[in-house]
Design a protein around this ligand. Structure first.
Ligand SMILES: [Zn+2]
Length: 96
């Protein structure tokens, strides 16, 4: 799961570990934001849950496509977007 959790949400145990992903998956669900939470945000943008090929879900943004072209089950791949000197975010864009 991403965002990383301090404990397992199923049993509250600490048996979680980091696992490397291929970075490929499909759009599980999405919504398009038209009203920015802060004026610095450019709208519209797409917030999505991506289901990775390994089976887990990730909350992210879709980039590199028109918001009205996004569809559930669309194949996507990770794109690491540098936001600042300290912050790089994993976003996703359509494959092909
Ligand atoms: Zn557990």
């Amino acid at each position: 799961m991403f965002i990383p959790q301090p404990i397992c949400t199923g049993c509250q145990g600490d048996h979680l570990e980091w696992v490397e992903s291929s970075g490929r998956g499909r759009v599980y669900s999405f919504t398009t934001v038209h009203r920015p939470p802060r004026p610095e945000f450019d709208v519209p943008y797409v917030v999505a849950i991506v289901e990775l090929d390994e089976g887990w879900h990730m909350l992210t943004n879709l980039i590199g496509c028109e918001p009205n072209s996004v569809q559930v089950d669309m194949p996507v791949e990770v794109s690491f977007e540098r936001m600042s000197e300290e912050i790089t975010l994993p976003m996703f864009r359509p494959v092909g």
